[in-house]
Design a protein around this ligand. Structure first.
Ligand code: SAM
Ligand code: DTB
Ligand code: SF4
Length: 335
């Protein structure tokens, strides 16, 4: 909450309405049907009640284990079911990951997210993963990991190692989900999110637009996030990076204004979450990104690489932030 709003709220005067968990699907769908300017204005108002709209959280990703994944997520370069040209690698050593994290920190990253192309975390990999997490945390970075499905005990072990956030996306609305992934169910994903929450760890959970889904499917995803027992602390919205060789490699790009609607609706239904423009900024104009920030996005990935695809270079992002007079969010405010 911004300091002005929080001091009023402390005195019992005004203050932002608390996040709601009883959204109906109809209500979320109705947001998408608002006149564009009305939707963006409402989202910007909500954004300002909880955050300083000139601040942006900067995260950086590293693929600590790439490719060879047994899952069939139709968007993914790393599934072994599709010929995408991505070679499978072994899990990196903790020292290599920690060195990359130090470089990311020097480049301005506040949070470091380690991604592995796994269906689920295997207990045999836990010691190495725990060493990475504690080493990255010791650098003073916020830590995040995305390692596939977790058991409750694994979630507890990751938290004990110093993990601040766990990313596990629902990807799309429940009605469209099985058109995209068949090897794990929606409920499997909800179960992992519950294991993370029950371990006392904040969640990072969002999805992808541009996979051929309808507006109702997009509303369906946000509705699922809104009715979770606690809203995800981070809410990444990925614009599909079409990967040749995957079933979604030829998907039609989503209308940029529709992407802004998704960001705005996410901001309204999950007012306290960090809403991230995740994948896809590489093909977005500066103007579109600025409109997303106005509509409530307040987090981005920085660094020229996501997992297997490219992201805008540091110089381009530095220029964008300078031109918009935006600044990095102080570490810790995002929790
Ligand atoms: N294997 C783990 C899992 O699926 O949970 C972690 C890594 S996975 C790459 C993390 C998320 O990245 C996916 O759930 C999806 O939302 C997003 N993602 C993957 N490939 C993408 C693409 N081509 N375009 C946009 N988002 C993508
Ligand atoms: C998220 O929602 N997006 C990130 C992160 N969480 C792990 C991943 C984006 C991947 C984009 C495609 C790639 O680079 O392979
Ligand atoms: Fe595997 Fe994750 Fe890619 Fe799905 S999204 S194929 S689980 S790496």
């Amino acid at each position: 909450m911004n300091p002005h709003a929080s001091s009023l709220a402390a005195k019992g005067i005004g203050g932002p309405a608390p996040p709601r968990h009883e959204w109906s699907l109809d209500e979320v769908e109705a947001l998408f049907e608002l006149p564009f300017m009305e939707l963006v204005f409402r989202a910007a108002e909500v954004h300002r009640r909880w955050f300083d709209p000139t601040e942006l959280q900067l995260s950086q990703l590293l693929s600590v284990k790439t490719g060879g994944c047994p899952e069939d997520c139709g968007y993914c370069a790393q599934s072994q079911k599709f010929k995408t040209g991505v070679a499978a690698t072994k899990l990196m050593d903790a020292e290599t990951v920690i060195a990359a994290a130090a470089e990311a920190k020097a480049g301005g990253a506040q949070r470091f997210c380690m991604g592995a192309a796994w269906r689920d975390l295997k207990d045999r990999d836990l010691p190495k993963v725990a060493a990475m997490i504690s080493g990255v945390k010791a650098l003073g970075l916020e830590t995040c990991a995305t390692l596939g499905m977790l058991t409750p005990d694994q979630a507890k072990a990751l938290k004990a190692a110093g993990l601040d956030f766990y990313n596990h996306n629902l990807d799309t609305g429940p009605d469209y989900y099985d058109k995209v992934v068949t090897t794990r169910t929606y409920q499997d994903r909800l179960d992992t999110l519950a294991a993370v929450r029950d371990a006392g760890m904040p969640t990072c959970c969002g999805g992808i637009v541009g996979m051929g889904e309808t507006r109702c499917d997009r509303a369906g995803l946000l509705h699922q996030l809104a009715i979770l027992p606690s809203h995800p602390e981070s809410l990444p919205i990925n614009d599909l990076m079409p990967i040749p060789g995957t079933p979604l490699g030829d998907s039609k790009a989503v209308d940029p204004l529709e992407f802004v609607r998704m960001i705005a609706a996410a901001r309204i239904v999950c007012p306290k979450s960090m809403v991230r423009i995740a994948a896809g900024r590489e093909h977005m104009s500066r103007e579109l990104q600025a409109l997303c920030f106005l509509a409530g996005a307040n987090s981005i990935f920085i660094g020229g690489r996501l997992l297997t695809t490219n992201n805008p270079e540091k110089t381009a992002d530095e220029a964008l932030l300078a031109d918009l007079k935006m600044k990095p969010m102080p570490v810790g405010l995002s929790r």
